[in-house]
Design a binder for this molecule. Structure first.
Ligand code: ADP
Length: 253
């Protein structure tokens, strides 16, 4: 099926071309930074034969951490390309959103711990039934919580809330980070888009500008919407919301 995209505005076409060019530059840069570290540390271990074992272990840990960042970036690239090409398999079923969130919390626990950030949720233990693909839902929660942790100051808190009506469940991931400038609230969901002034700060954490684009693809594919608002209950920070079709009744365990 050949989709035809009509660009009413040549400047929009130019903007998209610029986004693509920026992406190639960004990805190359983001991959080169950890690669340089990996090379540097392994060369040091190899050339300084007298390095004591404890130091070697520290260096190996740095190498592993940087390799992990690279692996995550490549994973995100592949994930987005599978979603965009329609090759990603979706198996929507009745699932418990609270289970998906718990799984996402588990993968963000370590990073949150190093910044002494608390993760909490009002999702009830008996669960929130939604229609979704479980693994993809975990991916959405993980990206949003990971971002919240990444952009939050140390010793702050992140909370995940929800509301539900007869047709949809809406989840909100709130942080106390810098928030999103008004002019960027739509574009941050485009692939490769990053808020200019956050770029330098998130430096070593491996940022690709892909996470939110992946979330948007998944949520829309599942019949929901995703958006961001600045916190109304705090002076700073943002809440990332997404909706999913609700399922009636209790979750059987
Ligand atoms: P990245 O890998 O850069 O985090 P994302 O697609 O997940 O990519 O996010 C796009 C951009 O949106 C980020 O680069 C950052 O500038 C901004 N952003 C995302 N989440 C948050 C947040 N919780 N608080 C502040 N800014 C955020």
């Amino acid at each position: 099926s050949g989709a035809i995209i009509v660009f009413h505005d040549i400047s929009e076409l130019k903007r998209l071309e610029r986004v693509r060019r920026d992406f190639v530059a960004n990805v190359s840069h983001e991959l080169r930074t950890p690669l340089t570290t990996i090379k540097g540390y392994s060369e040091t271990i190899l050339t300084n034969k007298k390095t004591d074992p404890q130091t070697s272990i520290k260096f190996l840990e740095v190498i592993l951490k940087n390799a992990d960042h690279m692996a995550q970036m490549v994973e995100d690239l592949l994930s987005l390309s599978r979603l965009e090409s329609g090759k990603q398999q979706f198996s929507p079923a009745r699932v418990n959103a609270a289970d998906a969130l718990n799984e996402a919390f588990r993968t963000c626990d370590h990073l949150a711990g190093t910044k002494r950030i608390t993760l909490s949720t009002t999702l009830p233990e008996e669960g929130v039934p939604v229609r979704a693909d479980f693994d993809r839902l975990v991916q959405v929660f993980r990206n949003l919580v990971e971002n919240a942790v990444k952009y939050s100051p140390e010793e702050s808190s992140i909370s995940v809330d929800y509301r539900i009506d007869s047709t949809e469940a809406i989840f909100g991931v709130s942080d106390l980070g810098p928030g999103i400038p008004k002019e960027d609230t739509v574009r941050i969901f485009e692939r490769f888009y990053r808020v200019e002034k956050h770029r330098a700060k998130s430096g070593h954490i491996g940022s690709s500008g892909l996470g939110l684009a992946i979330c948007k693809h998944i949520v829309e594919r599942l019949g929901g919407r995703i958006w961001v608002e600045n916190r109304k209950d705090a002076d700073t920070g943002s809440t990332f919301y997404f909706s999913l079709p609700a399922e009636n009744g209790q979750i059987e365990s």
